[in-house]
Design a protein around this ligand. Structure first.
Ligand SMILES: Nc1ncnc2c1ncn2[C@@H]1O[C@H](COP(=O)(O)OP(=O)(O)OP(=O)(O)O)[C@@H](O)[C@H]1O
Length: 437
């Protein structure tokens, strides 16, 4: 990603250099707007030190920046925690506001990561199938629901096993909707310490509790006019469920330690891998909140139930990993490797497929990824033996192939296990073109 820094001092440049996590980033530093406008560099994000923000001239300067690049994201960095100031900058056209306080580096990292994520995965295209890959019938049904959700304001509740692409689907809904020029804010409830969730969602005032040294906007405010994605909603405690319900009913939020009521305008997308209905039965989730969140339910099938997507996704991840690691030509997936992927049940779904492929790209020699390069933990090959009707010979072949995979092609082990002669196994391997790995 290309990052530009506008600051009268070199200090920000250093901090941003330290915070950036990707070696691919190109960072350029400018000490004034005119230097920046005069250069050929087109950044994806421009960080602007508010020491350079003079309200009499800033609108004109932002217009010139936008003329140079209409896509550039503008991030103001300021020591002032004045909310009116932040609002005013937003009105002028800034995309984000970062407070230069004790948490600055942490927030900067988060901001960079989220913008990088948006830049590569979201802004690249607004087309659903450029964001979510796959063309199985099952995923096409998901695309249909995304389209329906995008044209309305309805809340959406996404369910699916871990790694099925729930966050990606939430992004696609946002990107397809009329809110796509406004923020997409994702919060994983399970990843936040319990006593910080309330302030993370609803914000707090300075001094509201020990450690609240500065005012902080909550995610409901950050997602203004955009989409708020609450992942792992089933992890929310009962008292916060009550608070969330109130916010959703009244479309208003109050920061901790404040009496000021702030209007919210968000589309809420929630996700969970839990069965929320069961949680309601077990009194762990409020029924009234459940119905409010449910809106349009969208279930993403696990990867093993949309095998039609496995090879397409694998090839996409190979291409991405080869490009990222500057490996040419793009590696191919051997037929044995394809069979191995198709017979695996992927408990970690697309995320697992992606990391499996990324590793295989690195460890495979030459230009082809073979079955042995796919390091599936515990080698759990799916037991499909009884799902389809077969002849006895077909069963035999399947069993032999299963053991060949299990013992990594070592025919003497398989022969011992099945009490079958090695020569017979070799003959079958040749005749039936059995996969040894
Ligand atoms: N259909 C898809 N096309 C391309 N990439 C995908 C697809 N589905 C998932 N991914 C990728 O797989 C990874 C996991 O996706 P994501 O984080 O959206 O899953 P999740 O269901 O939200 O996971 P969790 O439940 O663990 O939060 C991400 O890197 C995502 O980009």
């Amino acid at each position: 990603m290309q990052l530009g820094i506008l600051s009268p001092t070199y200090q920000f440049s250093q901090i941003i250099l330290e915070s950036t996590t990707s070696k691919e980033d190109v960072i350029k530093y400018y000490s004034s707007f005119s230097d920046f406008i005069a250069s050929d560099f087109i950044p994806n994000i421009l960080f602007i030190d508010d020491a350079l923000i003079v309200f009499e001239t800033i609108k004109k300067e932002i217009r010139s920046v936008r003329k140079k690049s209409s896509e550039v994201k503008l991030v103001a960095i300021s020591e002032s925690n004045d909310i009116d100031y932040a609002d005013a900058l937003e009105e002028i056209g800034f995309n984000a506001f970062l407070l230069n306080n004790d948490f600055f580096i942490k927030r900067l990292k988060k901001c960079l990561n989220s913008m990088r994520h948006n830049f590569f995965q979201l802004n690249a295209s607004t087309e659903i199938n450029d964001i979510i890959k796959g063309d199985s019938e099952e995923i096409k049904k998901v695309f249909e629901i995304i389209k329906k959700a995008s044209t309305t304001k309805i809340n959406v509740n996404i369910t699916g096993e871990t790694g099925t692409g729930k966050e990606l689907v939430a992004q696609a809904i946002h990107k397809q909707s009329t809110r796509n020029q406004n923020p997409f804010i994702a919060v994983n409830i399970a990843a936040i310490p319990k006593d910080l969730i309330e302030s993370e969602l609803f914000g707090h005032e300075e001094g509201a509790f020990t450690g609240a040294t500065k005012r902080r906007l909550g995610k409901f405010e950050e997602a203004k006019h955009g989409t708020l994605f609450l992942d792992e909603i089933g992890e929310l405690s009962l008292d916060l469920q009550t608070k969330l319900l109130r916010v959703l009913q009244e479309n208003e939020v109050t920061r901790i330690g404040s009496n000021e009521v702030i209007k919210t305008d968000i589309r809420l997308v929630t996700a969970t891998h839990k069965n929320l209905r069961n949680e309601v039965f077990e009194n762990k989730f409020r029924e009234d909140l459940y119905y409010r969140l449910l809106g349009l339910p969208l279930k993403i099938p696990p990867l093993r139930e949309r095998k039609g997507d496995i090879i397409k996704l694998a090839e996409l991840f190979i291409e991405e990993a080869c490009n990222y690691n500057k490996i040419t030509p793009i590696k191919k997936l051997h037929a044995d490797a394809q069979r191995k992927l198709l017979s695996y049940h992927f408990p970690g779904n697309v995320r697992q497929l992606k990391s499996l492929i990324e590793l295989s790209v690195i460890i495979s020699d030459y230009t082809t990824i073979k079955a042995g390069d796919l390091l599936i933990e515990n080698e759990e090959i799916e037991d499909i033996s009884l799902k389809k009707e077969r002849t006895l010979e077909e069963y035999n072949i399947e069993i032999i192939e299963y053991f060949l995979k299990k013992y990594k092609g070592k025919v003497n082990f398989v022969s011992d296990k099945l009490d079958m002669s090695k020569s017979k196994i070799y003959k079958l391997i040749q005749e039936k073109k059995l996969s040894k790995y």
